[in-house]
Design a protein around this ligand. Sequence first.
Ligand code: GLU
Length: 485
Amino acid sequence: MDHSAPMGRVRVRFAPSPTGSLHIGNARTALFNYLFARKNGGTFVLRLEDTDRARSEERFETELMESLRWLGIRWDEGPDVGGGAGPYRQTERVALYRALAEQLVREGKAYPCFCTEEELEARRKDQLARGLPPGYDGRCRALTEGERQQRMAEGKPYTLRFKVPPGEAVAFEDAIHGPITFTSDALTDFILIRSNGMASYNWAVVVDDAKMGITHVIRGDDHISNTPKQILLYRALGLTPPRYAHHPLILGLDGKRLSKRHGATAVSQFRREGYLPESLAFYLVGLGGIVASDGPLKGMDEIVEAFDLARVSRAAAVFDHKKLLWINGRFIRELPIDTLLSHLAPFLETWGVADRFDRETLAAIVACGRDNAQTLRDFEAVFRIFTEPPTLDGTAFEGVERETARAILEIFAESCHQVVSLDEEGYITAAKAAMKRSGQRGRRFFMTLRKAITGTDHGPELAKILPILGKEEVIKRLKGALETL
Ligand code: GLU
């Protein structure tokens, strides 16, 4: 079957190796591909480059897909959803890589190489010692057919190497970096199939991209140096290479490549720390200069609208955790409560508060806490206000004389009795009346109430907390506090 895409129909892919958690740098690559596909009505393929058998693990595959889905990224074809160009795991495509490599051998464009690891390493050291660039010296290229047959008959392990054609110009127009030119003379014959039968990265990626009809390769610019090799392979196969777009990598504030030293780097970790997928997606796209991080917030549909590959910045993207945190706080304040609630659901489970409230109360608590929250984790303290009456001791009201504190609490409790309901309006009426009668106001008054009712001196507005607690509970807490005074 021919899987190449009809002309003009965009097909892109994200091709991670399942050897660890999804790093935000890779998540950004995935996002760019997804956005490009959606913007152009194209197809987005997820392909797992799991040829490193020792380091690839199923749990990483699962986490990777979960992280992508959480970010709002959906793929049209992939290992879990299938598709017409599968299989989508490289370990399931080994026969194809070998067959095509052998075809190149038959055409005289590749050859078996019997050099051992030790021989290669010794020659590499020698090259370095003599100040030469390391690379394969082409020794097995010169073997006669007889010599080849003999080594095969001896059962010597071999790799299949690509015969790099000499003196070929390799130029391509990168959608982000502009024209890039290489010469094949800078390359040495490289491996297509390893002695263990597995394809090299460059070979597998070209075979897959070609067979899967990929029209645009969007990836990190650490792959620019692989591109000439890949283009030569397309030529050897008699195929036209896809278009390339290499985006800059994400750096830490110190200008070094973003790593664990800089704090969280895995999408799953940001998720655990209470970041919203909306914030991370918006920030990662903002790092490419596609949306203004300080401008109006955008959801995925609006990001798709704004997306343009040609506008992705060429400058390195510097990751600033503080900025992301700030954006997260903005999303927490602006998203619909229902959206926040669904993001909060797993946290509520962990905190053991999921079943303690009806939906309406949950929504009210979220509305109450969102003004001061920067991450979803900040909601834990807000929920505790409602699930755990404060435990106060004699020192709770320090700074306010005992008699004054007593008077404020007693009088406010009476005022609460007098209002029909302690909704926001009832609270204001009760507070005003109590201020008048007690002669206390401002910080002393409100801090005393806050301490008595919530147990701490900070948190959401009392006008939002009290209506949720309700009159009865508020009076109960005031009494409890009075007992400690
Ligand atoms: N598995 C490669 C990576 O994660 C894919 C590179 C590519 O897109 O060609 O870097």
